[in-house]
Design a protein. Structure first.
Ligand code: NAD
Length: 282
């Protein structure tokens, strides 16, 4: 599969497009917002130094060539007309995803395989709206895909095994380690492990059992892991954990959300992205 179309060019869509182009794919990026598309050159300029820092074989020349393989459009019919694979990274709202896929299902060639990057929705929630559910599945990336290069491949009960394997192979071709998820699971493998782990750390903190540094130190020293849970919170950024915690039925998690808002978000301590969160990275 050489020709990729990415739907949505926000945080993850732009990374998927750039990474795929870097690994030699021909990429079309679609977004409904022309302003977002106009900003894409800035996005590539932001990513290039990160590749030079983190990706062993990156050179200025290769990065420029990657940019040359990307075309942007806000015309959906044009975007998908010759796609081998479409990867969708539009907002995490079921109705937006269903509407988008319904249109793509009518416009894309018969051979095209469809994948969603959704973090929390199941492929079976979206598959019927595509008009070709057997060619639809999830390919879930982690933020900073050039560095944290996993691609969780997860079908639904009706996904054609051939489409599943084609997507796993594609993930490998663009430099991901494919994680074959054998059955539908909310949160895939990664978040099924990570969310309870981070929540347990939050509860220890809220109860005053140990401070942030001690909780992280315990985890690092006893398991050999490079990061403790609060370092991971900093890496993710405070906003997503805050929204998850404030809607949690557990009152201790809601208390954690209040602390995160008051002592971190409102103080501009948003995580490693801004140089400070639970820790100071200056
Ligand atoms: P984002 O808000 O940064 O980007 C979404 C983009 O979609 C925006 O550019 C927006 O203009 C565009 N858009 C809105 N409606 C559209 C439509 N109808 N058609 C096409 N484009 C449309 O969001 P994001 O963080 O990139 O997340 C996108 C998807 O990726 C979500 O499903 C999310 O669960 C998943 N994801 C995000 C992360 C992350 O860390 N941000 C990690 C893994 C998966």
């Amino acid at each position: 599969m050489q020709k990729l179309t990415v739907l949505g060019s926000g945080v993850l869509g732009s990374q998927i497009a750039f990474q795929s182009a870097y690994r030699g794919k021909d990429v079309v990026v679609y977004d409904i917002n022309d302003e977002v598309l106009a900003q894409l050159p800035n996005r590539w300029d932001y990513l290039k130094p990160l590749y030079l820092r983190d990706v062993q074989d990156a050179t200025g020349e290769k990065l420029d060539a990657a940019v040359g393989r990307i075309r942007a459009t806000s015309d959906l019919a044009d975007a998908v007309s010759d796609a081998d694979i479409v990867i969708e990274a539009v907002p995490e709202v079921l109705e937006i995803k269903q509407e988008t896929w319904a249109k793509v299902g009518e416009l894309a060639p018969e051979r095209t395989i469809f994948a969603t990057n959704s973090s929390t929705l199941l492929p079976s929630d979206i598959a019927p709206s595509t008009g070709r559910p057997n060619r639809f599945l999830s390919l879930h990336f982690a933020n900073e895909i050039w560095r944290l290069n996993v691609g969780e491949v997860m079908g639904h009960a009706g996904t054609d095994p051939e489409a599943y394997e084609a997507v796993a192979t594609f993930a490998e071709e663009i430099g991901m380690v494919p994680i074959r998820v054998q059955k539908e699971q909310p949160g895939y493998v990664l978040n099924s492990l990570l969310v309870p782990f981070l929540s347990a750390a939050a509860v220890l903190f809220v109860r005053g059992v140990a401070d942030v540094e001690t909780i992280d130190l315990t985890w690092r020293k006893s398991t050999g892991a490079p990061m403790g849970p609060f370092q991971i919170y900093d890496m993710i950024g405070m906003e997503t954990p805050y929204h998850l915690a404030r809607n949690n039925p557990d009152p201790e998690m809601r208390q954690f959300a209040e602390i995160v808002k008051r002592d971190y978000i409102d103080q501009g301590r948003l995580g490693t992205g801004v140089g400070k969160g639970f820790y100071d990275y200056s």
